[in-house]
Design a protein around this ligand. Sequence first.
Ligand SMILES: C[S@@+](CC[C@H](N)C(=O)[O-])C[C@H]1O[C@@H](n2cnc3c(N)ncnc32)[C@H](O)[C@@H]1O
Length: 286
Amino acid sequence: MVTTWKDIENLYQQHLTSLYPADEIKALFLIVLEEIAGINAAKYIVEKTNSVDNYSEQLTSILQELSSGRPLQHILGKADFYGEKFEVNVHTLIPRPETEELVHLIINDYKNKKELKVIDVGTGSGCIPITLKKHLNQSEVWAVDISKEALEVAKRNANSLNQHIQFILADILEWEFIFSEPQNFDIIVSNPPYITPKEMTEMHANVLHHEPHTALFVEESAPLIFYDYIADFANQHLSEHGTLYFEINQYLSLQTAELIRKKGFRTVEIFKDINGVDRMIRAKRK
Ligand SMILES: C[S@@+](CC[C@H](N)C(=O)[O-])C[C@H]1O[C@@H](n2cnc3c(N)ncnc32)[C@H](O)[C@@H]1O
């Protein structure tokens, strides 16, 4: 009996139904199809009843891995971010669409400026600094992370996307030791860990079991610790007219904005993401 692309899609739907909603399974299947066989969504509509020929084994082996809860980006070793492919692995957060929105906000704010000095705190795969370096004219871009393994991935991404980034292995909770002189950054950006243990129950098993906990979680008793320290870092190293950008926990947006105001930032704005929840903060001293 001939196995068609549609048969394989049905197999994906059957086996992944306990893990993902049907539309997400379809989206995953289409990514696999494009990646493995070079068949995009439009071509699939026309060719879905064609035979899968030699691809059956590869497609079912990916299905097996997906069934174990492994994220597709880890299976393929890459994730899409702002139109580019970034290497990811178990040491890096898989870049999220919300973070693309944060990067988009910065690019819009600064696209007509030149020679900016930028730093990303908690860089993971390097998706934020590499994208900013690519889209902001002649900028000098730095990136910090506490994870040596994540920085190795970020460096490979910077190399393969041809962007020069200065990487620093450091703990932002000990930021006083990172630079000996004030740096005058125009932009300080961070998507720090912000999920509290209480929120774990809301999380998908494949995030909980496969993504690095140092990238995701903060203690219940100090959920804003990173915002607190990064705002202090910004008070020392942000230029007078510079901007501090954060991705934030939707449930703590008002507290986060209040904390940043208390640190002396007079203009603090909260932005919603595409899902309509509070997700970003932009702060200036003036
Ligand atoms: C939410 S992830 C963000 C990763 C990436 N910027 C992104 O948006 O996909 C947070 C990152 O902060 C890093 N991190 C956690 N604690 C840190 C610390 N004390 N100092 C510096 N980086 C830290 C983690 O290793 C992780 O890469």
